[in-house]
Design a protein around this ligand. Structure first.
Ligand code: ZN
Length: 480
């Protein structure tokens, strides 16, 4: 049913990797804390407690703006979004409605070999709520305010995506940007990166009625949920029914979206300027200094462009960009390895290294850019064969220096003419039949000698060199 065009917009909530919370000095890391221990009068909203803007959160927002190709507002302000829910001690959330810190920007994604820009409408600073739990069978609920006041940036995209795959790629790209720049720890299991997906379908120029899929935290599920929801909406329209504007949730085990509640309209929240916080005026110098501090960070899109030029598939690119540690190794390697050998680094990292991590674990890896570079250059200089390189790779991943390793093990490839010539001459004397075969025009006989040379040197002869010398000496022998 191609006549319906889906339109997707995304709101991403990313928790910032600051030391303290958004408006108070409480520790921003509550992973191992007992419930309601990382709290204070400010984040519990006790009467008379006043919020103070976390400078570190503002700095991270500025850095993120750089990654999102966006301008930073020099004048920005906070608002109250009023709602009553037990996990919000204030009865409202401090957020930014009219004057967000990050203005219009864009993110580039790679779709079917083409780069496509997805607009970022804006991104704003706000605080997270506490966490309610509903113990099974209990007649009560529990609330933990440790998370209340956690700094968040909400990134609001333009409705520029039209397929679930585009949406997934956008999410992955923003995640890669945010983690590369150190904005967030990126721990998706712990809610560091959550998103709401707005989706509508239409067979006219006008956008259809949209539904919002709330609170997803997996790229794969975002793609699945969108596929399901697009089909659900198309089926309804085909049956002559209407789409209800509503919030829906994703039921992972059933693989379906389910209605949660009717959509609140913006005025339900009675937004008004936050009276306890003056507008935030940022000096241009301050913004420039923060942006400069991340200007040398290699953003994912730069890596993706380079990988595209190297002819890597999307999957190979995703490995290098999506695995933070592998990506760092690659980035560092490209800084010291000559450009024409970058593809070799890619081959190691998406090939043997992935296999090694499957058998062992990334936590055990001590692979460094220096050691990987040395390994590649040793092969390139014919000091070791590719076969030897593969054999010692496991030890290199565990932190061994390839130069030291081959010296200790005597693995240096034999490229020395005199030594190879000596071996070949002996072989010619010992194998008169093979020499006769060669002389009668059997080219395979030369291959036999090369094989013998490799065996005699335990695979350490340079095969190219061995081949050249074998032919040369056989010719010389024939002409004697
Ligand atoms: Zn606090």
């Amino acid at each position: 049913m191609n006549k319906y065009l889906p339109t997707i917009g995304i709101e991403i909530h990313t928790q910032l990797a600051t030391k303290s919370k958004m408006f108070c000095g409480c520790d921003n890391d509550s992973k191992t804390a007992e419930p309601n221990t990382n709290v204070c009068p400010v984040c519990l909203a006790l009467p008379g407690a006043l919020p103070v803007i976390n400078k570190g959160a503002v700095e991270l927002a500025i850095k993120l703006g750089h990654g999102l190709n966006a301008k930073i507002a020099t004048h920005t302000s906070f608002d109250r979004k009023n709602y009553f829910y037990p996990d919000s001690p204030k009865g409202y959330q401090i957020t930014q409605m009219d004057e967000p810190i990050i203005q219009q920007g864009f993110v580039e994604i790679l779709i079917e070999g083409e780069f496509k820009k997805i607009g970022v409408h804006h991104a704003h600073l706000e605080e997270d709520a506490g966490k309610s739990t509903h113990p099974a069978g209990a007649s009560y609920s529990l609330v933990d305010f440790n998370r209340a006041g956690t700094p968040l940036v909400e990134i609001v995209s333009d409705p520029d995506m039209h397929t679930p795959t585009e949406a997934k790629r956008y999410l992955q790209e923003v995640y890669n940007i945010a983690t590369t720049l150190g904005i967030t720890h990126g721990d998706m299991e712990h809610g560091n990166f959550k998103f709401d997906l707005n989706i509508s379908v239409s067979d006219t120029d006008k956008l259809g009625t949209r539904t919002e899929l709330k609170n997803l935290n997996s790229f794969r599920n975002a793609e699945r949920a969108l596929k399901y929801e697009i089909q659900r909406q198309i089926d309804l329209l085909e049956d002559g029914e209407e789409i209800t504007q509503e919030t829906r949730g994703w039921n992972d085990s059933k693989g379906i979206t389910v209605s949660q509640r009717g959509k609140e309209h913006a005025h339900d929240y009675r937004y008004f300027p936050e009276p306890d916080l003056p507008p935030l005026e940022l000096q241009v110098d301050f913004i420039t200094t923060i942006q400069k501090s991340v200007s040398s960070v290699v953003l994912p899109i730069i890596v993706r462009r380079e990988l595209s030029e190297l002819g890597l598939t999307s999957n190979e690119q995703d490995i290098l960009i999506g695995q933070a540690k592998t990506r760092d190794i690659f980035n560092d390697t490209t800084k010291i390895l000559q450009p024409k050998l970058h593809k070799k680094a890619v081959n190691w990292l998406v090939g043997d290294y992935q296999a090694w991590m499957t058998e062992n674990s990334e936590a055990k890896s001590q692979l460094t850019a220096e050691n990987l570079t040395d390994l590649i250059e040793l092969v390139e200089a014919d000091s070791i064969s590719s076969k030897t390189a593969k054999e010692i790779f496991g030890e290199v991943v565990l932190g061994a220096d390839p130069n030291k390793l081959i010296a200790d093990k005597g693995l240096t490839q034999v490229s020395d003419d005199t030594e190879l010539k000596k071996i070949i001459s002996e072989l010619i004397t010992q194998n008169p039949q093979a020499v006769a075969d060669y002389q009668s025009g059997n080219a395979k006989a030369a291959g036999f000698f090369v094989g013998q040379v490799m065996q005699a040197t335990k695979g350490q002869a340079n095969p190219g060199k061995a081949n050249t010398l074998v032919l040369k000496l056989l010719e010389a022998h024939t002409n004697e």
